[in-house]
Design a protein around this ligand. Structure first.
Ligand SMILES: [Zn+2]
Length: 348
């Protein structure tokens, strides 16, 4: 094991006894691992708290009368079972204490969900170095901004020329004091409430990822395509939530591909589409629960994209859709359209 790494049981897992000689780490069988015949080496489990590197663990085991060989075998076993984190001490030192404790549940989750053995250190580094710009700061957009900031995205900005109305207010989004203010300003305040360390003021430069909420002129998507900015759509209306597609310019179906496919299925679609530019019903059928569900799903997909180095399969060439009163998200596949020519690199 590398010096400078700190060994810890994954913090999201609780050790419990199955019998006097079998320790189970984690409760749910889809995460848990049982170590039988653990005997008195169980005393080592309590030392796996992230304060010791491998050498210090062996020394501490020796103080308890446990041989280096036995201690090393247990550590290797736990590491192979995927319940051990080897968090680089340097990554920990780089994070201020207050931020570290706030982000701990984020890191514990990504570490378990993706089976990372670094305690979420790589995800933390990627998130803190990422700039996400959200277009539209209504119920869905402002909620996405606060969720991404809370998850450790280092730079979140909202763009929305409109004014905040009562119908825009949402949990984790705009609050009453924002009514009458520009929506972007309210969303920036919401982000700062969530995460004082996040940059929200600087909205210049090229984002790493964009999220499109509400309705937008087609020129916006065209500009993001031209600039090579990956962009995810997240909308809620007519009591339906849709997250996706995530457009990775040149590599996956773009929004124009989807419209060309829709036009093949419904010849009137281009005429309908022309009437939708920057228009929406006076009262959108998007309640707080639907907006929050869409925001959570969209934020999860953005984080997957960031954490996994540019991959989010569920929304690449696809959309995730929730049709109320249903409870289940369903995926629809949308492949690049042969006549669009945007995704020539995708071979589609
Ligand atoms: Zn296309």
């Amino acid at each position: 094991m590398l010096d400078g790494m700190r060994l810890a049981l994954k913090p999201g897992l609780l050790p419990v006894w199955r019998d006097s000689n079998t320790l189970q780490i984690g409760i749910d069988s889809r995460r848990a691992v049982a170590v039988s015949g653990i005997g008195r080496t169980a005393a080592l489990i309590g030392l796996l708290d992230g304060s010791r590197d491998h050498r210090a663990m062996i020394a501490a085991a020796g103080a308890l009368g446990i041989s280096a060989e036995v201690a090393d075998r247990l550590i290797t076993l736990l590491a192979a079972a995927g319940v051990l984190d080897d968090f680089p001490a340097g990554a920990l030192r780089a994070v201020p204490d207050s931020l570290r404790s706030r982000l701990a549940p984020e890191l514990a989750t990504t570490s378990l969900a993706h089976g990372d053995g670094d305690g979420g250190a790589r995800s933390l580094a990627r998130r803190s170095g990422t700039y996400v710009r959200i277009y539209g700061a209504g119920k869905v957009g402002s909620c996405i901004a606060t969720l991404l900031a809370a998850a450790g995205i280092g730079h979140v900005a909202c763009r929305d020329a409109g004014q905040a109305f009562a119908a825009d207010l949402a949990p984790a989004g705009l609050c009453e004091a924002d009514i009458g203010e520009p929506r972007s300003a309210g969303a920036a305040r919401a982000v700062r409430r969530t995460a004082p360390e996040v940059r929200t003021d600087d909205d210049t430069g090229q984002p790493d990822v964009a999220v499109l909420t509400g309705s937008h002129a087609p020129e916006l998507a065209a500009r993001l395509m031209a600039d090579g900015v990956p962009h995810l759509t997240a909308t809620a209306g007519e009591a339906i939530g849709i997250v996706g597609p995530l457009v990775i310019p040149g590599r996956s179906a773009c929004l124009r591909c989807l419209d060309m496919t829709r036009a093949e299925r419904d010849p009137a679609w281009p005429l309908v589409l022309a009437q939708l530019v920057e228009r929406q019903p006076s009262t959108p059928a998007c309640d707080c629960v639907l907006a929050t569900s869409v925001a959570a799903q969209a934020s999860g997909q953005v984080l997957t994209f960031v954490d996994r180095g540019g991959k989010a399969d569920a929304v690449t060439n696809g959309t995730l859709e929730l049709v109320l009163p249903g409870w289940q998200w369903r995926r629809r596949t949308w492949m690049p359209h042969a006549d669009c020519g945007c995704a020539s690199d995708a071979g589609g």
